[in-house]
Design a protein around this ligand. Sequence first.
Ligand SMILES: NC(=O)c1ccc[n+]([C@@H]2O[C@H](COP(=O)([O-])OP(=O)(O)OC[C@H]3O[C@@H](n4cnc5c(N)ncnc54)[C@H](O)[C@@H]3O)[C@@H](O)[C@H]2O)c1
Length: 338
Amino acid sequence: MKPVKIGLIGCGKQAVKHISGFKKIPGVTVILGDTETQTARTLAGKEGLAYVNDPQEIFRDPSINAVDICVPTPSHAPLIRDALNAGKSFFCEKPLCETMEEARDIQQVADQKKLAGMVGYVYRFSPIFELGKRLFEDVPSTGHSAVLGKITYAFLRLGGRGGHQAWKHMKASGGGAMNEMMVHMIDLAIWYFGRVKEAQLLGNMLIRPERPVGGKLEKVDGEDFVLARLKMENGVEVFVQSDLLTPSFSQYVEVEGENGSFFGSIQPEVPSYVYCEEPAAGYPAGRTPVNFGYINIFEAQMAAFVRSVRMGSSAAKSSIHDSILLFEAVTALKGNMR
Ligand SMILES: NC(=O)c1ccc[n+]([C@@H]2O[C@H](COP(=O)([O-])OP(=O)(O)OC[C@H]3O[C@@H](n4cnc5c(N)ncnc54)[C@H](O)[C@@H]3O)[C@@H](O)[C@H]2O)c1
């Protein structure tokens, strides 16, 4: 197996999940970097990994094949450019960057240099949503599912309390319910139903300008409730809602068709199912429960990234191009946000 050495930049919450995935893959070594050297040193000690004193050393090291970027959103684009200019493929946590212009620039440089880029839209690796993708295989081009029939509408929700760091709740650092949460659901909607034709912001609120973050009451300005309507090019109507207000975490995707329904959640305790009025494509009439149990989706995601690095191919899921399609919708919605 071809050895792969990954330089992971940003040693906070996401880094730990990525490392647990990399550790399961034979032939992969990871070296850590963070602007706070002590943070890199501490995580390196805990995980039994090497670290650098300055993240820039990662770009200069020719033995490092690829870079994994797990830092706050405003630093994504500059670090991705550094990686590509150093001839290294990259994985970047979501969202890819802050503007469409940055996204197009990243795509152009990656294409020129024939390097792969992948973005952390990890819901695509959940078996329940992979099942959804199979159910909706033909929907982007036809609006019609072999199981559910003609799709009438979909509702996707992701609600939680958001991260324990204040930057995730502040506009200036790319925080708020849109970047933190809703991008995941819009990404799933595009994966299932194709390109967005119209994006309409139905609600954008700051309900708790003061909220507990990481155990402290913080004054924040990032929106904590967003509701949007997406009209897809194939005519499917999609409603997406996200917030930073839900104490218990709540996530689901509900898709309605003329012959049935799909209800899927990343939460194993929530009953997911496929329902058909008439039997279709191997599904009987009535409700077919679906439960994949607990799956570590970060492991599946990092394995897919390492496969694309090993094969020198672009990412099969969550590519830079997928993020550009997502940006079309997000840019339209953000144009209507205060
Ligand atoms: N896919 C998901 O489900 C998911 C969940 C949470 C966060 N995220 C994303 O992951 C990214 C990181 O989030 P996190 O929760 O790990 O954040 P975090 O605040 O826990 O950690 C970020 C780390 O990056 C370091 N850092 C900051 N700027 C840097 C720079 N320019 N160079 C090097 N190091 C730098 C900080 O010192 C810190 O240690 C964000 O983009 C966030 O949106 C994704």
